[in-house]
Design a binder for this molecule. Structure first.
Ligand SMILES: [Zn+2]
Length: 278
């Protein structure tokens, strides 16, 4: 059945340097040093902002190694703990995802993780059977028009939201990421914090409209967009110079988040999926 409309607000819980590709292959200890306690210290103020609203957190697994208290804190506040890969980097080869899943099996089992979000919302079809084998019930790793739910074997794909301006696309094969073909195909990927960074009011209005139409928008934010890291965005300046398109990810969106929570009801994606499966 189609669940009642709600905002599916998701947090891709990753370190402040994750949008840049410069750190992907550093030794994990170097990334830990670079994080400098940010991901540990941001969690309490973020959880506080949600109050009674329930959302899904997709955690990068190496953060759980660095700060083992993270998943329990999220669960104790009533939210869902999902998986944003053990290390945040492009994982487009099935073998790489398989390895990443193997490295994360212990904490995923311990916290009963059922939801997957690929880094950069960029994945391939071969990942779905792997997810199924590893106990995932759903993934949110494509972009597609709100309300699209795709059955990939026994895994449901619940994509990050787009607004189709030129008619609804008919095929939803991975990858379906935020790139020029998607945008030139007429889809406005308002689920991305890139767009809420640039077009906050427009995104808010689209969410309002979609909910009124009975749909459940899937949008995501990052911790560094809710709690700005110290010396921000100066500490990210080199990355911004190398890739100015990262700029919208450095904007603080806590007042956007506040507006969303004040106006719309939310649920975890896991709750939505279990209703959809009934
Ligand atoms: Zn991410």
């Amino acid at each position: 059945m189609t669940p009642s409309p709600r905002l599916l607000l998701t947090i891709d819980y990753e370190s402040w340097f994750a949008p840049s590709r410069r750190y992907d292959f550093l030794a994990p200890e170097k990334r830990h040093t670079l994080d400098d306690g940010f991901s540990r210290d941001a969690i309490d103020p973020i959880l506080e902002k949600f109050g009674d609203a329930k959302v899904s957190f997709y955690l990068v697994g190496e953060l759980v190694e660095w700060y083992p208290e993270l998943p329990q804190k999220i669960m104790d506040a009533g939210h869902e703990v999902g998986f944003h890969c053990q290390v945040h980097r492009p994982l487009n080869l099935v073998e790489d995802v398989e390895l990443d899943l193997r490295h994360s099996v212990a904490w995923r089992k311990k916290y009963n993780v059922h939801g997957f979000r690929a880094p950069m919302i960029n994945t391939v079809e071969g990942v779905y059977p792997l997810l199924e084998k590893n106990g995932f019930t759903y993934s949110s790793s494509l972009y597609a028009p709100t309300g699209t739910v795709i059955k990939k074997g026994n895994v449901l794909e619940i994509p990050a939201s787009t607004l189709p301006l030129l008619g609804k696309p008919s095929s939803f094969h991975a990858p379906r990421r935020m790139d020029l073909p998607l945008v030139f195909g007429g889809e406005f990927p308002y689920g991305s914090s890139f767009m809420s960074g640039l077009f906050r009011k427009t995104v808010f209005k689209i969410i309002e409209k979609e909910l009124k139409a009975g749909l459940s928008p899937v949008i995501f934010l990052h911790p560094y967009e809710i709690v700005s890291p110290a010396n921000w965005p100066a500490r990210f300046a080199r990355d911004l110079l190398a890739n100015p398109l990262l700029y919208p990810f450095t904007l603080n969106k806590s007042s956007f988040l506040h507006d969303l929570l004040r106006n719309f009801s939310t649920s975890t994606v896991e709750a939505y999926v279990s209703e959809a499966n009934q």
